[in-house]
Design a protein around this ligand. Structure first.
Ligand code: 6LW
Length: 498
């Protein structure tokens, strides 16, 4: 079997996976975006389809005022007795909760709170017991991975919470996942932080509360030694066994924009590695503990190569299954047509604020990406500003902004870096529409407006200014359309997707 990493491209960090009913299911973090917790399905761990989101109702989650890269962090998905569970942190409220469903294609429950601190919660179903863990302080003030037993019906804590692992010494011990396999409890944790020093470490114990011993070849996964390699930051992992008995690890990592430019703006993505059990009941991961671009997986071992040199390009589109909104969308301000037409009604909330701007977007999955949209300008009001944006967060985004002018509409290229908007060039267009295009390459974004028959470049900026290294935070670029309107009697503006 041969496959190319990442297996899920674009901003889908902190993957967690489980197997059920002949499928694998995977969830990711979503931070300030709604619906929250993207949910994927696969038959083979390689080809993934996003089937929806686990949090779709505002009664499940209020993201009002949520900071960029705040909100929903690091879920874990598990399946037990016919029921799926996702346990997660809302960092804006410092709360840990789980939701569940018996119908993976349907709605998920309201949150059940677990009164424990820390982030990156996880569950282990073990016989008739359910264990809850997170990284944070235990009942005795000890920091690390803290474990307790809970009642899965109510979320009530049933035992003292005890620190079971402090890691191998790397900073930021995170993302604990506990498994009962054979005679051991195996604990996977990430260490080193989610940047270039990221690692994944393995521990085991005969009892859930410890003592845990460290795997002799820790970290079991890291790319920190592969300077200049296109894939960096491998860590934050979960494992699962397929029907043939082969174990797999999913983890996050990111693609840096070029060999010697240590920036990434597409977000942390989902990578897959084969897991090989050893005679001593430890396991090894991937290519000697590293994540690589192309794997060939055999029964007892794997080989890898670094093809492809270039990832394919993409034509960006808004897919209703995968699209997302910023914070708390008011769905009355959106009209999504079957024919590729979208109506957006602006409010006083701006793209540059931490409010609920009228915005719908979808992830950029490839470095090379073209996004095209036409805005109907016929009835554009003077109070409207709308357009197309490559959006990292409210302070960092590259926009094509359309507004009304005496002779038609003006298209401006506006670069926002660090919260400072700089207008580059603009053109005035007559006629019924303003045609907009963003063309991205690994190292640069170019923004165009159509002037008669000619595309005119209205702005250009290096992609590194939308990267996590510059903007901080945990998200990746989402390309979207937006509309702002300060007036009392705002109306819909039509966008036609090309
Ligand atoms: C998440 C932490 C991490 O909570 O990043 O890579 C944080 N690891 O485990 C946000 O995604």
């Amino acid at each position: 079997m041969k496959y190319i990493n990442p297996v899920i491209k674009g901003f889908y960090p902190d993957p967690s996976v489980c197997a059920a009913n002949g499928y694998f299911y995977l969830v990711c973090s979503s931070f300030q975006y709604f619906p929250a917790l993207p949910l994927f399905r696969s038959r083979d761990m390689i080809r993934w389809e996003q089937i929806g989101h686990c949090i779709t109702r505002k009664s499940q989650l209020d993201l009002n005022g949520c900071r960029a890269s705040g909100g929903i962090f690091a879920p874990t998905i598990r399946y037990n007795n016919g029921r799926f569970y996702v346990v997660v942190t809302n960092t804006d409220e410092d709360s840990n909760f789980y939701i569940y469903t018996d119908d993976i294609e349907g709605e998920w429950s309201d949150p059940v709170n677990v009164n424990r601190g820390g982030i990156d919660p996880s569950l282990l179903f073990d016989g008739d017991k359910t264990y809850f863990m997170s990284n944070g302080e235990d009942d005795f003030g000890e920091s690390g991975v803290s474990l307790c037993e809970i009642d899965i019906e109510t979320g009530k804590i049933l035992s003292p919470c005890k620190c079971i692992c402090k890691g191998t010494g790397g900073r930021f011990i995170e993302a604990p996942h506990l498994y009962h396999i054979g005679d051991y409890y195996y604990l996977l944790v990430a260490e080193g932080g989610t940047e270039y020093g990221h690692t994944e470490c393995l521990f085991r114990s005969r009892e859930p509360f410890g003592e845990y011993e460290s795997c002799p070849h820790n970290p079991v996964l890291t790319n920190r030694g592969l300077g200049g390699y296109p894939i960096q930051g491998a860590g934050h992992a979960d494992i699962v066994c397929d029907k043939s008995g082969q174990w797999w690890m999913v983890n996050l990592a990111f693609r840096q924009i070029s060999r010697w430019r240590q920036f990434h703006h597409l977000g942390r993505e989902v990578f897959l590695e084969p897991v090989y059990w050893q005679d001593d009941d430890w396991f090894k991961v991937g290519a000697d503990g590293t994540s690589r671009i192309e794997f060939k997986v055999n029964d007892m071992t794997c080989t890898y190569s670094d093809a492809p040199e270039e990832y394919p390009g993409e034509k960006w589109k808004l897919d209703p299954k995968t699209a997302c909104y910023i914070r708390c969308p008011n769905y009355d301000n959106y009209r999504i047509g079957e024919d590729g037409t979208i109506g957006l009604k602006g409010t006083g909330d701006k793209l540059n604020s931490n409010g609920n701007v009228t915005f719908i977007g979808d992830r950029q999955h490839e470095f090379d990406c073209t996004a095209r949209v036409n805005v109907c300008t016929e009835n554009l009001k003077p109070s409207v500003k709308c357009g197309l944006t490559a959006y990292m967060d409210e302070n960092n985004h590259f926009d094509l902004a359309v507004s009304k002018s005496d002779s038609g509409a003006v298209i401006s290229g506006v670069i926002n870096i660090g919260g400072i908007p700089v207008k580059m060039n603009e053109i005035t267009v007559s006629g019924k529409k303003a045609e907009l295009m963003i063309k991205a390459e690994a190292q640069i974004y170019k923004l165009y407006g159509k002037d008669g028959e000619q595309w005119r470049q209205l702005a250009a900026m290096e992609s590194k200014y939308l990267s996590s290294e510059v903007c901080e935070g945990f998200t990746g670029v989402i390309i979207g359309i937006f509309c702002e309107d300060d007036s009392e009697n705002a109306d819909f503006v039509s966008f036609i997707m090309e």
